[in-house]
Design a binder for this molecule. Sequence first.
Ligand code: SF4
Length: 492
Amino acid sequence: MSKVDLLIVKPGSARKQYSVFKDTLAAIEPPLWGLMLAAFAREKGYSVAVLDAEAENLTPDEAAASIKAFDPLLCGVIAAGSNLSASTQAMPGASQLLGLIRQAAPRLKTFLWGLHPSALPERTLKEEKPDFVMQGEGFSATVGLLERLKAARSEFDTPGVWYMRGGVAVPNPREPLVADLGSLPMPAWDLVPMERYRAHNWHCFDDLGRRTPYAVLYTSLGCPFDCHFCALKALFGKPQIRYRPPEKVIEEIDLLVGKYGVRNIKVLDECFILSRPHVEKICDLIIERGYDLNIWAYARVDTIDPALLAKLKKAGVNWLALGIESGSEKVRGAEKTRNYTQEKIREAVDRIHAADIAIVANFIFGLPEDDLASMRETLDMAKALNCAYTNFYTAMAYPGSALYKDAIKNGTRLPDSWLGYAQFSEETLPLPTKYLSSGEVLAFRDAAFDEFHSSPAYLSMMDKKFGPKTVTHVKEMLKLKIKRKYAAGAGK
Ligand code: SF4
C-alpha cells in the first residue's frame, strides 16, 4: 500500500533558468499552486506531502530517490515558478525529473501541472510521458484522479485530465473554475521548508540581510485582460478574474506572520490594484493589525490614485510592479491592451514615487513592431523614469499566447528546447521583430540592463534611497554576466 496518497513535487529547475543569477539574486519561491492542490486534496480526506526539490537543493537523482521513498499513489509534478507564467521555462526540470521517476519507480502514477501543459496537453503527454496532464486549475481533477486510482479504475473520465490509451491521447472537458475562492482551504504551508524561501534581491534593497523568510499569496485568480504576448488564459480557459474574500487573505497573512515570522510577501495576483474595494479592505485589515510587512504587487498604469497609494504604503506595500512594456507609442499602440500615453505613464510613476513606494518597471524588447530606434526609446524612457528596479525582458512566444499562434502560423523560428524560452539562460532565443533578428534583440536587452543599472543618475538615486551598501550590491550584480548562445556578436 502507498505511504501517502498524493505527493506534490516542485522540480529543481531554477539553476538552468536563471543561470548565474540563481545563487544570489533570484528568489527561491514557495510552490504556491502545489500547496493549494495539496490542501484541497487533504481537505477531501487524502494524505498528502510536498517535496520542494528546488528549495531543498536536491539534484534530480536525489529528488527521484526521495519520491520513490515517499511511495505515493499519485505524484504531481509542478511545471511553474510561483508565477503561473513561468511554466514553459520550468519544463526542462519537470521533464528530466519525470524521466528519472520512470526509471526509479516505473509503476508510480504521475501528473504534470502548469500553464504550459495546459496550453499543449497532447504534445506534453506524448513528449514528457507523465501518466496524466492537467488542463486547468486542477483541484477537482486531482481529487478525481485519486478517487479513480484508489478504486483501481483504468478509465480516467474526470474533467481537466488528459491521458494516453492505446497510444492515443484521451482528452476530458476542462474542469469548471472554482467559483468561490473562499471555499478553498488554506494552502498547505505546513508541508514546505519555510526557512528556505528567499525574496528577490531588489524586494529587500532596504535591508538585503532580511530576504528570508518569504511567502507568496493570491488575493485573486486570473486576469480580465487578454494581452497578445500573455499565455495566462491557457490555464484559466478565458480572460476572467475571481476575488478571494479579504477575510481569507488576512487569515493567511496572520498565519504567515504569526507562525513563520514572514515579513516579505509577494502578491501573485496578475493585477492586484484593480478592484478598489477589494484592495482597500485587505489594506485596512493589515493596518488594523499593525504588521510590519514588506509587500510587492502588480499594478497598472491606469488604476493608480493617490488616496489608495497612501493606504497601500501604510499596509506595507513598498513595491509596485508596473508593466509599461515599451517606451514607443507605436509599439505600445500595436499591443492594444497597453495603449497608455507617455504622460499617463509619467503621471502614474510620479504618483507612486510621491507615496514613497518603489517601482519595478517592466519593459519588453522585441515586440513585433520594435526596431533599434523604438528599443532605444524604451531604454531612454526607463532611464528618465529612473525606477528603483527595472526588468528588461525579451518578447517570447509562450505556448498558450496569441503570439505563439502567430509564430507557428508565420513559421517564425522558435527555441529548439523549452529552456530557450527562459529569459536568463544561455539558451534564451527571443522572437525576432519585423525589423530585427532574435540575436539583435537579445544583445540590445543585455546592454540595456547594464546601461540602465550603471547610469550615474540611477546609482545616485539608489544611494539616496537605500544607501551605499545597496549601491555596492547593484555594482556586484552587474559583474554577473549571462552567457548567451544566440546574442548578436556572442562569441566574438
Ligand atoms: S494584464 Fe495582460 S500580461 Fe498581465 S496577466 Fe493580464 S493578460 Fe497577462
